[in-house]
Design a protein around this ligand. Structure first.
Ligand SMILES: NC(=O)C1=CN([C@@H]2O[C@H](COP(=O)(O)OP(=O)(O)OC[C@H]3O[C@@H](n4cnc5c(N)ncnc54)[C@H](O)[C@@H]3O)[C@@H](O)[C@H]2O)C=CC1
Ligand SMILES: N[C@@H](CC=O)C(=O)O
Length: 816
């Protein structure tokens, strides 16, 4: 959370950014994010929403400017072509300036552009001999100056910094960063209480010569700056909304990886991942700096976070491929040559016997030139790579086996594990086909998605659900990627994005849980780093069920034992269903009626198969079933009620059973499921709680529970006089004009189907078009710890099966 600090001066006439002290964050915007005036204004909005004063903003050149600057060097023998290209560059910049700035702000920048263009023009005559990097630097310089001026005009004070005054490379040490000098410089150059806009991509040496940090070097500039500034976060704002489990342009089941372990991200970069470049992560490893990849086109999406994470993030697997590699074989590599290759050309692979290396084609010319100078005999070959990457994946036998299975019948040239253990590499002497990459991805990831599980309510049923969880997770394949990440009671919550050890969950909850309120819970849930989040509501709380709307809006799936939302007003219920439908979140409510009995599923199946429900009747309360089956006068009614409470059948407040409210809610849930629209009040309900016991607390009620006894003794006598028995019955039937619905105490004949249940059993009698004369009956225990917790587990498995086949259309700006 960002820290608010008072008393820092800022230009109050402008829309101020949040002001913070101490921590600096670095935001880097790539060329496509700054391609035109609209993009730049979008970046300004992102900065307003996400940056704080004293942050560093690192920029690439606008759009294709760097490509166009490179193109100038190809026209050194054609002045006419050169002039046209230079004019195009100038026009792009002047148009941006005019579009974005007031005339007073624009004039200074326009004058600078004129001077810069004149300088570039002057270099044509000497074929850019010594000024190549100076010319390339203009891309980032223009971009930084423009953004700083736009921010000054619209948001807050901003200061453009030429990175050549800051980042100094050591010409005596392979042009490595001179850290000490660069650190001093960045402190000197940065302006306090302003935004500092640093040019990406460029640096200089001690003599003041300009250098570039290679293609995509701006990411590297950003992480270097973060390292020098001891920053907390670096966000790479780009045109994709994260790192995917494979290139989403060719693998349409690729899923976004919300969190990547540092070493895995580094390995992806090393192997040529198009988003994480090889050098980018190097400066981050010494401090605990978080790196985020996010889309400037969809800033509200959560991107990929890279850092030191625990087991869940470490279990992520991805597939990367690279068709632009070159394999160099030689028996004459010496240790010294290999060392040079390692430092200068970032080899992807080096064979154990040191007779071959594989490097990216990007370095091929330079590497071959270097090897020629060493006078060694070698052969070269173009190769391609498919790599499976994951934390210590080389030690995960089952992944290796699946990868090999996918490669069966291919003419693979070599299959090896990387020396760091984080990747398995398959090399081919031809381009890897799209089909093969898809096959490998599907085999090794099994298209699985990480599912976070949050349990709210750790009482009677919640505890049992939790007890059953370890065995379920290890036994049921559909739950393979389910991770317990949150626990909540009414006042305390424990949230751990790295997962809560299931076998010690209650213990950890007792030790580490913190006080929370609904807003805090919602804030956390809205930022969860999982593909899917499932919340199991095992509370009796209406107030908690009021959060469902927000859960569904965020795409969170809900499994309810809590009946409040299912029995809420028609308006609320309909809104929940439509939100849930629109966001694709699922809502499973099987245990709200009949505990683990599959009555909800049966009604759904009948409707899906074209049947119509005409009547629903039965005994829907385990507690009332148990009480009236056992109530023969030998024990007082109150004594039996306390026994039911003890056995976990009753609601937390047993008056919810006795009042009929629980049965009324269940009948409403079933009637709605059957397609009828009605309110709770439309169901006639007989309340068995005398007025004198209604307003009391649960404890007070239990203290005076014997006040129930006389009434029920009388009722029992009445039933016995009629040769019948007492049962609390729910009845719903369709009529010509609508429906009849009531729940209440009835005297039934002793041979009635509802009269001969095992105590605690529920019975549901469904009369439908197809089950007309001989209604469908579902009967069995309808309350209790095991059957209810078991029913919730059944919902969880069904939900996870459904989620496993869910494939999301990958939406990436600039791609589709
Ligand atoms: N007992 C049974 O056989 C069945 C129960 N159910 C339902 O299961 C739910 C739980 O029942 P029990 O475990 O018996 O209740 P309980 O009273 O033993 O436990 C309820 C738990 O919910 C927590 N809680 C209450 N308000 C909360 C809130 N606002 N936020 C987070 N947590 C909150 C409490 O701290 C407690 O941990 C109820 O909705 C009940 O209707 C459903 C089917 C069968
Ligand atoms: N109290 C309820 C519990 C299940 O919903 C019952 O007794 O049926």
């Amino acid at each position: 959370m960002q820290q608010q600090v008072q008393n820092i001066e800022f230009n109050s006439s402008l829309n101020p950014l949040k002001q913070i002290e101490v921590t600096t964050n670095v935001h880097k915007f790539g060329g496509s994010s700054l391609a035109n005036a609209q993009c730049i204004m979008r970046v300004v909005e992102i900065i307003k929403d996400n940056a704080t004063l004293n942050d560093f903003i690192v920029v690439s050149a606008n759009g294709k400017t760097t490509d166009q600057l490179f193109a100038l060097f190809e026209s050194t023998d054609n002045k006419e072509q050169f002039t046209v290209q230079l004019a195009r560059l100038k026009n792009t910049q002047t148009a941006l300036i005019h579009e974005l700035l007031d005339s007073s702000q624009a004039s200074k920048l326009l004058q600078q552009i004129d001077e810069d263009v004149a300088f570039i023009d002057s270099q044509f005559t000497n074929s850019f001999k010594n000024s190549r990097n100076d010319v390339l630097a203009f891309g980032e310089l223009w971009s930084a100056r423009l953004l700083a001026t736009v921010l000054n005009q619209n948001v807050c004070k901003a200061n453009a910094i030429d990175a050549r005054k800051v980042l100094i490379l050591d010409s005596t040490n392979n042009f490595q960063l001179n850290e000490q000098l660069s650190k001093q410089n960045i402190v000197l150059e940065k302006s306090a209480n302003q935004l500092n806009i640093l040019t990406g991509f460029i640096a200089s040496d001690e003599q003041g010569n300009s250098h570039t940090l290679g293609r995509n070097g701006s990411d590297y500039s950003a992480t270097i700056a973060a390292h020098l500034l001891n920053a907390k976060n670096v966000t790479l704002w780009t045109d994709v909304n994260g790192v995917y489990s494979a290139d989403p342009r060719i693998v349409n089941t690729a899923r976004k990886l919300f969190r990547l372990e540092n070493s895995v991200a580094k390995e992806l970069g090393r192997l040529g991942n198009p988003i994480l470049h090889a050098n980018t992560l190097n400066p981050l490893t010494t401090h605990n700096i978080h790196l985020n990849v996010a889309s400037s086109f969809a800033p509200q999406d959560s991107g990929t976070e890279i850092g030191a994470f625990g087991e869940i993030a470490k279990s992520e697997i991805s597939v990367t491929h690279n068709n632009e590699l070159i394999k160099i074989d030689s028996n004459e590599f010496t240790a010294k040559i290999l060392e040079q290759i390692n430092t200068r050309f970032q080899p992807i692979y080096q064979c154990q016997n040191k007779t071959c290396i594989v490097i990216s084609q990007q370095f091929a010319d330079l590497a071959l030139q270097y090897l020629q100078e060493q006078n060694i005999n070698l052969t070269t070959k173009n190769v391609s790579l498919i790599a499976v990457v994951g934390y210590q994946i080389a030690n995960r036998g089952e992944i290796k086996a699946r990868f090999k299975r996918a490669l069966k019948h291919t003419d693979i040239a070599q299959f090896v594990g990387s020396s760091n253990g984080h990747s398995l590499l398959a090399f081919f002497e031809h381009e890897s086909s799209v089909e093969l990459i898809n096959k490998v991805h599907s085999q090794v990831t099994k298209d699985s998605r990480n599912i976070g599980l949050v349990i709210a309510g750790l009482g009677n049923i919640g505890k049992r659900f939790l007890e059953m969880l370890p065995q379920q997770l290890s036994r049921v394949p559909a739950l393979e990627n389910v991770h317990l990440v949150g626990l909540a009671s009414s006042k305390q919550a424990l949230i751990n994005t790295d997962g809560i050890e299931v076998s010690k969950a209650l213990e950890l909850f007792q030790q580490d849980s913190l006080a929370y309120d609904n807003q805090l819970l919602l804030d956390w849930l809205s930022q969860h780093p999982y593909d899917e989040l499932v919340l199991v509501d095992i509370t009796p709380s209406e107030q908690f069920s009021n959060l469902y709307q927000a859960f569904f809006e965020q795409g969170i799936h809900v499994i309810s034992a809590n009946k409040c939302a299912g029995a809420s007003s028609t308006a609320t219920y309909k809104k929940l269903l439509s939100t849930q439908y629109n966001t694709g979140s699922q809502w499973l409510v099987n245990t709200t009626v009949g505990a683990g009995l599959p009555v909800n599923y049966a009604i759904n199946d009948l409707l899906n198969s074209g049947d119509t429900i005409n009547e629903v009747a039965g005994i829907f309360s385990g507690t009332l079933s148990w009480l009236f089956s056992n109530f023969d006068g030998s024990l007082a009614f109150s004594q039996l009620l306390l026994n039911a409470l003890e056995q976990g059948f009753t609601e937390p407040d047993p008056r919810d059973d006795l009042s009929g409210l629980d049965v009324q809610r269940k009948l409403l849930i079933l009637a709605r499921l059957a397609g009828f629209e009605l309110e709770l009040e439309d169901i006639d309900c007989q309340n068995l709680v005398p007025n004198s016991l209604i307003g009391l607390s649960v404890d007070e009620f239990l203290g005076q529970v014997n006040l129930l006894d006389q009434y029920f003794a009388n009722k029992l006598q009445e039933a016995q006089q009629q040769n019948g028995c007492l049962r609390y019955v729910a009845r719903f039937s369709k009529t010509e004009s609508g429906y009849n619905a009531r729940v209440g105490l009835e005297i039934l004949a002793n041979d009635h189907a509802f009269a001969n249940l095992t105590p605690c059993d529920n019975i549901f009698l469904l009369t439908t078009n197809w089950y007309q004369d001989n209604p469908l009956i579902i009967q069995g225990p309808g309350a209790g710890r095991d059957v209810t917790a078991g029913g919730l587990h059944s919902d969880l498995v069904n939900l996870c099966r459904e989620l496993a086949v869910k494939t999301k259309e990958v939406e990436i700006k600039g791609i589709n």
